[in-house]
Design a protein around this ligand. Sequence first.
Ligand code: SF4
Length: 326
Amino acid sequence: MHYRACTLCEAMCGLEIEHAGGEILGIRGDERNHFSKGHICPKGNALQDLHTDPQRIRTPLRRNAAGEFEPVDWDVALDDIADRLAAIQAAHGRDAVGSYFGNPTAHHLGAGLAIFPLVAALGSRNRYSATSQDQLPHSLAALKLFGHFAMFPTPDVDRTDLFLCFGGNPLASNGSVMSAPGFRHRVRDLQARGGRFVVIDPRRTESAKVADEYLAIRPGTDAWLLLAMLHVVYAEGLVDLGSPAPASTGWRTSGRSSPASRPRTPPTAPASRPATSGVWRATSPGRRGPSRTAASASASRSSAASPPGSSTCSTSSPASSTGRAA
Ligand code: SF4
């Protein structure tokens, strides 16, 4: 038996690979994997088909004078590629070479270590990846906030009271980009412990169908909704910076009483849950679940606002739509 992690997406499900003499007999989710707890999606199961596909390329191939591919060894192939890349860039400039890499590269340790020096050495601005399809806003936010595009904040789904899912569909993505494989089970657990799962999306997604509350905003109004929610947070005095307060600057203090001037209040976590639980909790004493109020109020406000354009609601990542507990 081999125990491995699936590298096809960032959910990184644990795999249990049964084999005999090099032949794979079956691939299952690893029940003992602390992270994925046995979850696996059809792509994980299909790794066996990839591995055994008779058309899988197992050695470098080079086209010969007759136009047919013939196998060559790795040193020959790498030297040939290096020579041609250098020649192309010398003749047409650095940007004449483009690169593409996707999930299996990004989540493979060896490839992940090598790809960035290679891309840097090429020096081309023409770089492509699956990122631009599904998570670039998340990467940009991580870069701006934390200094590196890959420093993704991920929601602590297993200790969350309120999961606000904004333009994401984790039931379909299987928890990718928020490190929560088996999201269907995790959201079921969240609801079983009294938490709420709120989905905001123009489309009634698979996630919306299991949500405790679903807000179907109009496409293109997501920025207005977020601004409206921020307005409610400020207008109702729900801001509590907590421990980051001394390190915060530029915090708006006009209007109602400033956060710094109000007495700190302890979080209102029930005894059965850790005090650190909660995803986006802008709460005041005796008022539990204010995010629902804020979201609902904002939704009704946003429905009256005119959309500024025709851009659609981001589906970048569920993690990008959830803030941390204040
Ligand atoms: S959810 Fe992602 S990591 Fe898990 S089995 Fe599917 S592709 Fe692999």
